[in-house]
Design a protein around this ligand. Structure first.
Ligand code: IPE
Ligand code: IPE
Ligand code: MG
Length: 238
C-alpha cells in the first residue's frame, strides 16, 4: 500500500556550500535554492501531500553576515511578489510561521497580503517558517495560552491544550522531516511537532534537491514502519 505523508517538513540546507563549490558567493546559492521551490510544491501537491512546511530562516540566522541576511530578506520578498499569482492559480494556501514582527514593515505587509490572497485556496498548504525557532514557538505558545486563560492555574495545563497555541496548531504534525545538506540535526526547527516524524537526511545540497530527489524521499518513507510508541500488531501463531 502506498502511503503518502500528509505533512512534510523540510530543512532546506546547503545553499552556501553549493555556491562555494561553484566558486560563487553564498547568496547565489540562496537564489538558486529559492528558485527550485515552485516545482517541489507542485510535485508534492500532485503526489497528494496536504501540508509542506519549509524552514527558510531561523531565529539564529540573524547572526550571519549582514549582506547575507539582507539577501535572504530580499529573496523572500521577491518570492512573495513573483510567486503569488502562480501560487494562487495552483490553489496553494500560503502561511507563514515565526516571529514576523522581526521583519521590515514592507516584508510584513507583503506576507500579510500573500496569506490573505491565498486564504480561500483548497490545495496544498505551503507554510514558510521564517524567523522561526522551535524554542520560540513553545515559549510563545505558553505566553498566549496564559494570556487567554488569566484565571486558570498553569498546573492544569495539558499537552493538547498547549499544542493549540503552537504556530502549527491548524496542521497535523509532520510525518516526514527532510534535511538536505548532509547535517543530521534539527537546528531548532519544529521541536515539539517532530515528536514522531520519520527523519530523512540526504547529502544532496538544497539547490540540487529536485523532484527526483523528492521522489526518493517519498520512496524511503514507504519503507518506514510507524509505531508511535506502540507494539506492532503481530500474528500470534497457534
Ligand atoms: C540554508 O543554506 C539556507 C538558510 C539557512 C537560510 P545555508 O546557507 O545554511 O547553506 P550552508 O549550510 O552554509 O551550505
Ligand atoms: C537551518 O540551517 C536553518 C534553515 C535551513 C533555515 P542552518 O544552516 O542555519 O543550521 P546549522 O547552523 O547548520 O545548524
Ligand atoms: Mg546551513
Amino acid at each position: 500500500m502506498t502511503s503518502i505523508p500528509q505533512h512534510i517538513a523540510i530543512i532546506m540546507d546547503g545553499n552556501g556550500r553549493w555556491a562555494q563549490k561553484l566558486h560563487m558567493p553564498r547568496t547565489v546559492g540562496h537564489a538558486k535554492g529559492a528558485a527550485g521551490v515552485r516545482d517541489l510544491v507542485e510535485f508534492c501537491a500532485h503526489k497528494g501531500v496536504k501540508y509542506l512546511t519549509l524552514f527558510a530562516f531561523s531565529t539564529e540566522n540573524w547572526s550571519r553576515p549582514e549582506e547575507e541576511v539582507s539577501t535572504l530578506m530580499g529573496l523572500f520578498l521577491q518570492y512573495l511578489e513573483k510567486e503569488l499569482k502562480n501560487l494562487s492559480q495552483a490553489g496553494v494556501r500560503l502561511q507563514v510561521i515565526g516571529d514576523v514582527t522581526g521583519f521590515a514593515q514592507e516584508l510584513q505587509d507583503r506576507i500579510a497580503e500573500a496569506v490573505k490572497a491565498t486564504a480561500d485556496n483548497n490545495g496544498i498548504v505551503l507554510t514558510v517558517a521564517a524567523n522561526y525557532g522551535g524554542q520560540w514557538d513553545i515559549v510563545q505558545a505558553v505566553l498566549r495560552w496564559q494570556a487567554a486563560h488569566p484565571h486558570t492555574d498553569a498546573l492544569s495545563l495539558k499537552q493538547e491544550q498547549l499544542a493549540q497555541y503552537l504556530s502549527t496548531a491548524h496542521m497535523p504534525d509532520p510525518d516526514l522531516l527532510i534535511r538536505t545538506g548532509g547535517e543530521q540535526r534539527v537546528s531548532n526547527f519544529l521541536l515539539w511537532q517532530l515528536a514522531y516524524a520519520e527523519l530523512y537526511f540526504t547529502d544532496v545540497l538544497w539547490p540540487e534537491f529536485d523532484t527526483a530527489q523528492m521522489a526518493f524521499a517519498l520512496d524511503w518513507y514507504q519503507t518506514r514502519e510507524r509505531k508511535f510508541g506502540q507494539v506492532k500488531a503481530t500474528k500470534i501463531s497457534a
